[in-house]
Design a binder for this molecule. Sequence first.
Ligand code: F6R
Length: 607
Amino acid sequence: MCGIVGFTGMQNAAPVLLEGLKKLEYRGYDSAGIAVMNNEAISVSKVTGRIANLCARTRDGADLPGTTGIGHTRWATHGAPTEENAHPHLSNDGRFAVVHNGIIENYLSLRDELRQDGYRFESETDTEVIVHLIELYYRGDMHEALVRTTNRLSGSYALGVICSDEPGKIYAAREASPLILGVGIRENFFASDVTALVSHTRNVIYLEDGEFAELTKDSVRIFDCLNQTVEKKISRIAWNVQAAEKGGFEHFMMKEIMEQPGAVKATIAPRIRDGRVVFDELTLTAEELREIRQIVITACGSAYYAGCAARYALERLTHIPVVLELASELRYSDPLIDEHTLLIVISQSGETADTIAALKECKARGARTLAVVNVVGSTVAKLADNTVYTWAGPEIAVATTKGYTTQVSVLYLLAVYIGDRLGLLENEYKTLVKDLQHLPRRIQQTIDLNASIPDLAKKYHSSKALFFIGRNTDYAVSLEGALKMKEISYLHSEAYAAGELKHGTIALIEEHTPVIALCCNPAIMGKTLSNIVEVKSRGAEVLALTFRSNQKIISVADDLLFIPDTDPLFSAVTEIVPLQLLAYYVAKENGCDIDKPKNLAKSVTVE
Ligand code: F6R
């Protein structure tokens, strides 16, 4: 939520900041602003709406000359998306500007205190207290002002600060919100994530909680909360600039759907060597795995649904019971978790506030923790005892696609890996490994098999509500399919376990209600077929998703989507693809902003 960026160098800062903000816009896009320092004065420009408005307002940055500046794109938490509430916020004396991602939990008491000291507030935000505290504590030394200010803050923050008394310098500080420094040649940067940096430099430093940084064009210095120098290593980002561009596609979402065969291959291929699943990054021994009595999977949104989808493979291959719990619930549920629990947390961004809190809670109760994460160096990745990266590359569209399929793929690999250590039979093991190796090709085949989706979208896009039904893995994929549909097309979509229909939901089925029926497991297909017949006899229009050789369904369904014939144990990564495409084309028919759906943000760093 919210993206921040900072630049100091030889060229004008504003165009660099605007370009960076465009890359961060997926993090929040209801208002934006930049502050640039020139001749020891700070100029600010803020707008409501998208970065494009800010570019227009500043004539692509030309109106704010100066080589040092900070910028922000907002997802409103405290205060409506107005220009007053947009960042950067200025101090009353105009000498300091601040951008902030996170939430200051004690802002109300700080605001009262600062008001009593005579400070004037221009916004309703929690952030504004920070800039007034800096003004209060600044006695010619920004380090001291930052240490004293951050000492007063409870909550989370990634901060960017400039001070007109300190030309050429940008400051950044971090506590529980992502922040990365970019190290260039005669220019340096900070940003909420690497996508804003890769076009300038691939050399980065990951700031830790409690640290702050002082950047000039020629130096990057990092300090801890006691103002002691901290030595940090420079890491090299593996992604290139193209990975964060649309590459000829109309939307990032379509690009990312099409990237799935490659992303899943990048996730699986390096982890299968000589026919064996290998996880060089795992420190869990076979002995430790034998002591595990339950696997608890926790995450939010699609990442949670990835866990739901992979649960069947994990249980069948490891014989360990799997419990699924939403991170926002788990953190407050006083969970029955101890050292015999393997906690698997799943997060594309690695910065989701509830997921981080659930991970901390379970760690404190003694669980062994394993994170499945996409963003290298993220908070979840650092907190967990074991981290397995999904190697999906940057995911920019707010609605996840390749993030989900690579998460499920890693969980499949883990199921086979742990199962092997706990005594999986060699013959079954070999077949499973082969099936995993075929997944990238099967995803491509799925894309090729479903060329009719744009036409189907024309038929279904004006529906009032859609129902997704299925059993077991089909049900888990239905949950993700319904979420994709509702978040980007704004159509009311609900997923139900097919067997639950007659316990209430079937009352909602009427003439032409679309029911998307997932039917990809031959062993239980007959049961879902009965549910299809039930809804059809009440007038529903059925779009069935099934495996290619399934003849039985042809006479029952109105329309069909296909996956190639595949072991149902690993079918979720193919099943979801037609549903992603359907959601995409329905949203397109409805003229929705596909990459940036309303009210959403990519990285949910607040509770
Ligand atoms: C939906 C979506 C969200 C995320 C959720 C968790 O398309 O992207 O539901 O899956 O916010 O995000 P991460 O995986 O970053 O923890």
